[in-house]
Design a protein around this ligand. Structure first.
Ligand SMILES: Nc1ncnc2c1ncn2[C@@H]1O[C@H](COP(=O)(O)OP(=O)(O)O)[C@@H](O)[C@H]1O
Ligand SMILES: [Mg+2]
Length: 387
């Protein structure tokens, strides 16, 4: 039960806060351990205060030791705390230990232009919301005017909506890639089970035909032999397409063998020599991760063949701290990789690069491409542990 005295004091405090917010108060005296401190809320700032109150972002000013001197209503709603409890309290209580450390180290490097950080804001009920925090040091006011020691201003933006859309987009891309893989498996089986089988039948009959023709039918016999050879080559080609569609080599022989397959095929097709360095992994990666690396190499080499005019290619599979790294380098003509893969006069987003980026992201990996006029280097890092 509240005593009448406490109730009166609370009512007074609420009235003081209301008056501050409405711009009716110019100066606030805060009593602390080291005596009283005076904070001036300049009269001409009233219009700004009104603006800040109507914002959809959290706005705060903090003292040097990160005590909240001022917070707007929106911030209080964001953290689901009454404004009276927010004001005067430490800002740290809304941050995780890691985010506190990040903020601390950012503040150690004073930058007049301010800085930004992403954080998880701890809100009432033990939940967290993703936010962007924009921080700016406030020029210290003249102490003679007694305008206090607010040193930081902050704008806190709730990113929940943006994160949800990003997650949905990522899930959708992941699904698209999955469906594409399923469709490739189906097509691969169909090619193998129908076309290859039929071609094999035709091949046998063409051989029988060639054999049946006597030496006197020179022309026909030569044509029949040529036909058999062509059908044989077609069978090989269809089998190779089928294999590319469904890299069963990954299931049976593992990642390095899969990568080697693509590399050998590239070399055979283009005549460009490939230097390979594949580390032997102690354990298999997840099937999704192996497939992502396989597809990325496939697409990268397709790009080398199509665009690079390279004379040499190298492929390196190595381990790093907590995962595996695949680096593909070509000494071709390169392209402007900073402008989002769009060479001049060709303003359309390349699906290849986009797909590779998404494939890496879908297995928690990172994709980087660096290109100069002396060549292009593509790097993918994926975690060793399954997702
Ligand atoms: N290894 C490379 N060497 C030179 N240019 C490249 C290389 N890889 C990609 N590019 C450039 O980046 C563009 C985008 O590639 P990509 O997204 O795969 O689309 P696409 O291959 O269909 O054009 C290519 O059109 C090409 O100009
Ligand atoms: Mg491409």
């Amino acid at each position: 039960m509240k005593t009448p005295g406490l109730r009166v004091r609370l009512a007074e405090a609420e009235e003081a806060l209301r008056a501050i917010r409405m711009g009716e108060v110019d100066t606030v005296v805060v009593a602390g351990k080291d005596g009283s401190k005076v904070f001036t809320l300049e009269g001409e700032g009233h219009a700004y205060r009104m603006l800040i109150e109507s914002m959809n972002e959290g706005a705060l000013t903090l003292t040097a030791n990160k005590t909240i001197l001022y917070a707007n209503e929106c911030f209080a709603r964001m953290v689901k705390d009454p404004l009276e409890q927010v004001t005067g309290g430490p800002f740290h209580r809304f941050l995780s230990v890691e985010d506190r450390a990040v903020l601390g180290s950012l503040l150690k490097r004073p930058r007049r232009a301010g800085f930004k950080m992403q954080a998880k804001l701890r809100v009432g009920g033990g939940s967290e919301i993703p936010v962007n925090i924009s921080i700016r040091p406030i020029a210290n006011h003249d102490s003679r005017t007694g305008s206090g020691d607010a040193t930081l201003s902050m704008v806190v933006t709730d990113m929940t909506g943006a994160h949800k859309s990003e997650e949905r987009l990522r899930a959708l891309t992941h699904r698209v890639l999955q469906v594409q893989e399923e469709e490739r498996v189906r097509l691969s089986h169909e090619l193998h089970d129908t076309i290859t089988q039929m071609l094999c039948g035709i091949l046998i009959y063409s051989k029988v035909l060639a054999k049946g023709l006597t030496a006197r039918d020179v022309k026909s016999k030569a044509a029949a032999l040529k036909l058999s050879a062509m059908i044989g080559a077609t069978v090989d080609e269809v089998e190779s397409i089928s294999r590319n569609l469904r890299p069963s080599v990954l299931d049976t022989l593992g990642l390095a063998a899969g990568l080697q397959d693509i590399s050998a095929e590239f070399c055979k097709r283009t005549g460009i020599p490939v230097k390979e360095a594949f580390v032997k992994l102690a354990a298999r990666l997840s099937a999704d991760t192996e497939l992502a690396l396989y597809r990325i190499l496939q697409e990268t080499l397709r790009n080398v063949e199509k665009h690079a005019k390279a004379r040499h290619v190298s492929i390196r599979l190595s381990t790093h701290v907590d995962g595996v790294r695949l680096v593909i380098h070509d000494d071709g003509k390169g392209f402007d990789s900073d402008s989002g893969s769009l060479p001049k006069g060709k303003r359309r987003a390349g699906l290849g690069l986009l797909g590779m980026r998404e494939r890496a992201a879908s297995v928690n990996g990172r994709f980087k491409i660096k290109s100069t006029d002396r060549g292009t280097e593509t790097e993918v890092r994926v975690p060793r542990l399954p997702l």
